[in-house]
Design a protein around this ligand. Structure first.
Ligand SMILES: [Zn+2]
Ligand SMILES: [Zn+2]
Length: 222
């Protein structure tokens, strides 16, 4: 496996506020033919650790699990992607940056201009060195918010990524990033993102996935 690979960069499981277990999400990603799956539960690497176990348990050759965490920092949500779970995860973006750089991880600004979740917004202009890439397409965000993120990424010369931000399995892979990596290791994957060898593919969840997402949102709040 080498060249352009299909990656889901942003999704949730029962390890945070997702409806489906890491195992279910893995099997869904396998069915949809995804090469890499970054499981990014809120404030924990647990979902990705369990997803990695599920891949091994089922003896699957893919997806390759990227260890992820959507960290709610003091300045908004930041996706941290690693080749192994990070031990210390600070809420301060600058402290987090130190931990990330010391462990060969990357930081991606999640849905930076979303008014619905805590988002880093113009922190990406204030200190662009905090981020390896910017999520320029989040399938749950309105197109004009994504366009704004896309424009800022272009201005700053930052790599762009797309992700589904799935909270139900139907949404997995609704927006993916093509990553041109040297091989199928997580290290090569992370390096390819750093270098900007990424093509964000604008995608939206299908009608059924949107309904299931809304139903899950209502149930979660009850
Ligand atoms: Zn969530
Ligand atoms: Zn998310």
């Amino acid at each position: 496996m080498d060249g352009e690979m299909i990656a889901e960069m942003h999704c949730h499981t029962t390890s945070s506020d997702g409806r489906d277990s890491p195992e279910t999400v893995v099997l869904e990603a396998y069915k949809k033919g995804l090469d890499f799956l970054a499981v990014t539960d809120h404030n924990t690497f647990r979902g990705s650790i369990l997803a990695d176990k599920a891949v091994k348990l089922h003896g699957l050759n893919k997806p390759i699990i990227v260890f992820g965490n959507e960290v709610r920092t003091t300045r908004g949500d930041i996706l941290v992607l690693c080749d192994k779970p990070l031990q210390n995860v600070s809420k301060d973006p600058w402290e987090l940056r130190e931990e990330v750089l010391g462990n060969n991880c990357i930081m991606i600004a999640a849905h930076p201009y979303s008014p619905y979740e805590p988002a880093v917004g113009d922190l990406i202009r204030e200190d662009p060195r905090l981020f390896d890439a910017i999520e320029v397409w989040n399938a749950t965000n309105l197109p004009y918010l994504n366009r704004k993120a896309w424009k800022v990424a272009r201005e700053l010369g930052k790599p762009g990524t797309a992700g589904s931000d799935a909270h139900v399995k139907e949404e997995i892979g609704s927006a993916v990033t093509l990553v041109d990596a040297n091989d199928n290791s997580i290290e090569s994957f992370l390096e390819a993102v750093r270098k900007g060898n990424t093509t964000p593919i604008k995608g939206l969840p299908g009608f059924k996935a949107i309904l299931v997402h809304i139903a899950w949102g209502i149930k979660r709040k009850l």
